[in-house]
Design a protein. Sequence first.
Length: 173
Amino acid sequence: MPDLLIISGAPSPAAPTGVVVSQVSALLQAAGHRVSHLDVRALPTLSLLTEDLRDPRITAAVSGVLSADGVVVASPVYRAAYSGLVKALLDLLPKKALRGRAVLPLATGGNQGFLVAMDYALHPLLAAKGADHVVRGEFVLDRKVGSPEAAAALEAAADRFLRALTPRLRKVS
């Protein structure tokens, strides 16, 4: 089974993005996968923002991304942009760090207008880090988090991600 990593930019576990992360994590685990979580808010802010790769927690975070078979990147969207902490973490990665991995972007936000952040902000950032297989992600309105509609959309996104993992793992084996 592949090792999957969920990078969460949620400000707290109870925030909409945190709830989405929990739901997707449960779906991936139910499918039999090992899932690790990297809560960016738990990293030392000064070390993260100054790109201090000597900090063992920063080094462990980068190593976790580099060793994962698949990566989920979940971020709240504020004013049509992803979380600055998520960007700070992704900026620490080598240029082609996400090459060969399936990547699932997830985002939450207050209004439908923020959906553009997925295509015009998050996707280019992932591509800049070498993501050559970005699975169609999901944007969930904050007020819809926890609804049956959102649950169905997240289940479909998790299924797309899992299908994307299977052929890639066969090539590696």
